[in-house]
Design a protein around this ligand. Structure first.
Ligand code: SF4
Ligand code: SF4
Length: 432
């Protein structure tokens, strides 16, 4: 089971890696110390999560609990492979402290999961009710809470039965560990015979490890992939100021030539300044790999959408949907390749229009609130800008207002439809 669980998981991770690198190259080897610091602060330290204290602190509990309790999984695996029981018991007092802290964390995880469930299903927070959250995303959010709940109960049940067997002096159940939470479950099982207790302990043990392996493989299909991908994603998050947009070198050079006739148009161009095959992005392969990593990492938390001024004022745009659509399309492209021997066969679809409409793209004010709000350094705006670039530069499909403004800048050097000679007229107008 272990080999199968880890094998399928590895295969799926390799598939995700292949899909991410369908994106265009991006050199993010700069600023290494800053990148490590960002990862430690944002992914490990969860600093952006606690901006919203209730959800943030509960999330930290679930995260720490889940990671630390899984140290127990290591013991379970070793016990399972070698037929030992509580193989780390030799650690003495340290083992007691470890088991006690696992139990307290398991209890806190149960409390946090119940609150999360209530927020989603009873209180019905607005950000969990957007149209993009209907269907699978809603089910996924709840399913993961149920899985965590079941895993924690199995862990505590296993410990309670084990503790009772220890108290009975049962053979094989060495006296080890401290059980501050599961001791309260003993009242339910202390009258059962030894054989039944062993069945309960073994069943909980097997279901616990089976559940962990299933959970590991469920990650691939879930927003919970962020448990793993938040680390590389925060490492490769942007290190430049948020308001700074990237220019296409080829376009910059073109404009410089127009503005400065003394420049030599035949001067050799830098490698990245040659004209690209396509301007902007209409499908996932046109995006950079880090944008595709962003899409796989999105937790669908909706913090971006709840801060988005376009969304708040009733526009069709939701930055969370931009990320979810990008991931869905990327998955579709990946499956297409799997079905065609590793080669993508044109399917008549693309990210633009089939997933994300130009109405959504043009609703964006490019304010960066979504980027600021994201707890794991995702940049939905960069995808929006790349897709807009495609609309403008490949399809000349900018909205009329924008086209007028661009013509004015081209003809008048200003966004307004006035002759440059008239620019200072306002200064001589009489003050009323
Ligand atoms: S940058 Fe665009 S998508 Fe992001 S919050 Fe602002 S308006 Fe919304
Ligand atoms: S982009 Fe970030 S803030 Fe928005 S839903 Fe995804 S994880 Fe949450």
């Amino acid at each position: 089971m272990l080999v199968l669980g880890i094998g399928i998981f590895t295969r799926n991770i390799l598939k995700i890696r292949r899909n991410i690198f369908l994106g265009k190259k991006a050199d993010l080897s700069d600023n290494t110390p800053l990148r490590w610091r960002n990862m430690a602060k944002i992914a490990l330290g969860q600093t952006k999560m606690v901006v919203r204290p209730v959800a943030g602190i509960l999330h930290v509990v679930v995260y720490v609990g889940f990671v630390i309790i899984n140290i127990e999984v290591l013991e379970i695996i070793i016990d399972g492979l070698f037929g030992t029981h509580r193989v780390f018991a030799g650690l003495g007092v340290i083992y007691d402290v470890l088991i006690a802290s696992f139990e307290i964390l398991a209890f806190l995880v149960i409390v946090a999961v119940v609150v999360f469930w209530l927020r989603r299903n009873v209180i019905k927070l607005k950000r969990f009710l957007s149209p993009e959250m209907e269907g699978w995303p809603k089910k996924d959010g709840n399913l993961i809470l149920y899985i965590e709940l079941v895993l924690m109960f199995l862990f505590l049940t296993m410990n309670a039965a084990d503790y009772q067997l220890q108290l009975m002096g049962s053979e094989h159940y060495v006296r080890a560990g401290s059980f501050p939470i599961s001791q309260f479950l003993i009242g339910f099982i202390d009258t059962l015979p030894e054989a039944t207790l062993i069945i309960i302990e073994r069943t909980a043990w097997w279901l616990h490890i089976t559940g962990i392996l299933l959970f590991l493989n469920y990650l691939y299909y879930s927003k919970h992939l962020h448990i793993l991908l938040a680390f590389p994603n925060t490492y490769y998050g942007r290190t430049t100021p948020k308001g700074q947009f990237e220019n296409l070198e080829a376009v910059t050079k073109e404009v410089q030539l127009m503005m400065d006739p003394s420049l030599d148009p035949y001067a050799p161009v830098a490698e990245d300044a040659s004209e690209p095959e396509k301007f902007g992005a209409s499908d996932v392969q046109d995006l950079k790999w880090v944008q595709l990593l962003n899409a796989y990492t999105c937790t669908e938390c909706g913090r971006c959408t709840s801060e988005c001024p376009a969304n708040q004022t009733g526009k069709k745009l939701s930055p969370r949907k931009i990320m979810m659509d990008t991931r869905d399309r990327l998955e579709e492209v990946g499956k297409n390749m799997d079905a065609n021997g590793g080669v993508f066969v044109e399917d008549g679809k693309q990210l633009l229009n089939d997933y994300i409409t130009s109405e959504e793209l043009w609703a964006c004010t490019s304010c960066n609130a979504c980027v600021e709000a994201c707890p794991i350094s995702i940049d939905p705006l960069s995808i929006i800008m790349d897709m807009r670039q495609y609309l403008v530069m490949e399809q000349s499909a900018a909205p009329t207002d924008l086209n007028n403004m661009m013509s004015n800048i081209e003809n008048n050097g200003a966004p307004w439809p006035f002759n440059q000679m008239d620019r200072l007229n306002w200064s001589s107008e009489p003050v009323k």
